[in-house]
Design a protein around this ligand. Sequence first.
Ligand SMILES: NC(=O)c1ccc[n+]([C@@H]2O[C@H](COP(=O)([O-])OP(=O)(O)OC[C@H]3O[C@@H](n4cnc5c(N)ncnc54)[C@H](OP(=O)(O)O)[C@@H]3O)[C@@H](O)[C@H]2O)c1
Length: 253
Amino acid sequence: MFLMQKATDITESDLARVFAFPATSAPTVRATMVASIDGAATIDGRSGILGGDGDQLVFHTMRRLADAIVVGAKTAILEGYGPAKSDDDTPPPTLVLTSRSLDIPDDFTTAAAPNVLIATCASAPADARERLTAAGATLVDCGTDDVDPAALVAELASRGLNRIDIEGGPRLLASFAAAGVLDQLILTVSPTLALGDAPRIAHGAEVPLPDQELPLPFRLPRPMRATTVLGDDDGFLYQLWETVRDGDATAGR
Ligand SMILES: NC(=O)c1ccc[n+]([C@@H]2O[C@H](COP(=O)([O-])OP(=O)(O)OC[C@H]3O[C@@H](n4cnc5c(N)ncnc54)[C@H](OP(=O)(O)O)[C@@H]3O)[C@@H](O)[C@H]2O)c1
C-alpha cells in the first residue's frame, strides 16, 4: 500500500519537537547528513555546497538537541570545526573527534579546547598521543585498532552523554552502521544531481547480505524506515529514518 499524507506547516520552532530524540534514558545514536538526489555526500570534496538555509537550521537544531556531537577528525579539520556552542544557558554539547592515526595538526586548536574529547584506540601512535595530551587535549581509548562504535557509545553514556549526534563523515557513519549501533538518520536530500564519483553518506565498511528468503525489510542490509519527511520552499527534503531491528513489530507497516 502507498500513503500520501496531508501537508502540515512546520515552523522553525517546531523542528526541535519534530526531530526530538526518543524519550529514553538509554543512549540514542543518530546521524545528521546531507546528500544529493543521486547520493553524493560531497561536491568538490565538501558537503557545504549541498546544503541550504533549511539544512543549516536542521543541522543546528540537531546540535542543540544532542549531548555529544561525534565527527571524524579529518572532517572536523577540513570543515574548520570549532568547539560546539550553546545559544542559551544550557551547557553546549561535547564535541568528540575520532581518529586512529591522531594525525591532527597543532594549529587545529579545537582538538585541545575544553568540552572536546578525542576518541582514539590503543594502537594510536604514542608520540602523537603525547603531543596532543601536552597541548591539553583529552584522549579516550575506545578500542584496539579502530574506534569501536559500541565502546564509544558506552564511554559517552558513562559521562551522561546519551543523545549522540554523528555528523560524519561517510567512513565514520559506515563504521557505526556496520557495528549496528546507529538508531536514527536525519537526512537532508539536496535538490541536485551531483554526478561525479563522490562518496555516499555511508561509505566503506561492508556488512553481509542477509538471507534473501527473509521478508522485507529484513532481507535488506541495515534496514531503516522513514518516520518523518519534511520539504521546504527551496526543494530540499528532510527525512527522519529509524533503524529496523530484528523483532521490530512495526517493520513493514
Ligand atoms: N554529506 C555529509 O553529510 C558529510 C558529513 C561530513 C563530512 N562530509 C564530507 O566527507 C568527506 C570526508 O569523508 P571521510 O569518509 O574520509 O571522512 P570521515 O568519516 O570523517 O573519516 C575519516 C576521519 O574519521 C576518522 N575515523 C573514521 N572512522 C573511524 C573509526 N572507526 N575509528 C577511528 N577513527 C575513524 C579518521 O581518523 P584516522 O584517519 O586517524 O583513522 C579520519 O580522521 C569530506 O569531504 C567531508 O566534507 C560529508
